[in-house]
Design a protein around this ligand. Structure first.
Ligand code: ITT
Length: 195
């Protein structure tokens, strides 16, 4: 069975990616900690491609990467591709986002999107498959819920009446940007013969 490297250093992402990938029966292996790829792209897709291709090439194995983040309308799409670099802890990132949005007042525009780009690279580092999933929502005034990771406690999905952190893992899986992206990619992944 071919080994596929999951090219992430984020444990929250890894846990979610594994759930989707387990269905494929691949042998999954985590990227080594010390193998870091610079995210120099200007879009989520470019960064997902850079991470997948960089890890695949360095290890000579198949690799799949996820680049994701939160784009907030009232902040002109920030933090966007800089979501991980917005502060140095999940709490710090949430605090900063709430602070920046507080300037718009309680009646301000809270609309946002969570975006997830996925890319799969072959052992030569060529991108074989890619896609992007988008989940629309709103930024809450204060965190709600204890599940998930990252920005989950402040990202609210109106159609479900819950923040990502208030959803069961299964419910987040079915509705999130990552769930949407994997839903698009899985049929192609299933058809692929890895060599
Ligand atoms: P890798 O690049 O190693 O995969 P990273 O955490 O640096 O890990 P990104 O550059 O893609 O990943 O940054 C994504 C940021 O958005 C990061 O702060 C995540 O915690 C956050 N994020 C992504 N998906 C999320 C989700 O489903 N729920 C909450 N936060 C999420």
């Amino acid at each position: 069975m071919p080994t596929v490297i999951v090219a992430t250093g984020n444990p929250g992402k890894l846990k979610e990616m594994q759930v989707y990938l387990d269905a494929l029966g691949w042998q999954l292996q985590l990227k080594p900690d010390d193998l870091e790829i610079d995210e120099t792209g200007t879009t989520f897709l470019e960064n997902a491609r850079l991470k997948a291709a960089g890890v695949a090439q360095a290890l000579g194995q198949w690799a799949i990467a996820d680049d994701s983040g939160l784009a907030v309308d009232a902040l002109g799409g920030a933090p966007g591709i800089y979501s991980a670099r917005y502060a140095d802890s999940d709490q710090g990132r949430i605090d900063r986002l709430l602070q920046e949005l507080a300037q718009g007042g309680e009646g301000g525009n809270r609309r946002a999107q969570f975006i997830c780009a996925l890319a799969l690279a072959n052992p030569a580092g060529d991108i074989v498959l890619e896609t992007e999933g988008i989940c629309p929502g709103e930024i809450l005034l204060a965190p709600r819920g204890t599940g998930g990771f990252g920005y989950d406690p402040i990202f609210y999905v109106p159609s479900l009446g819950k923040s990502f952190a208030e959803m069961s893992p299964h419910q987040k899986e079915a509705n999130s940007h990552r769930g949407i992206a994997f839903g698009q990619l899985l049929p192609d992944l299933q058809r692929l013969t890895l060599e």
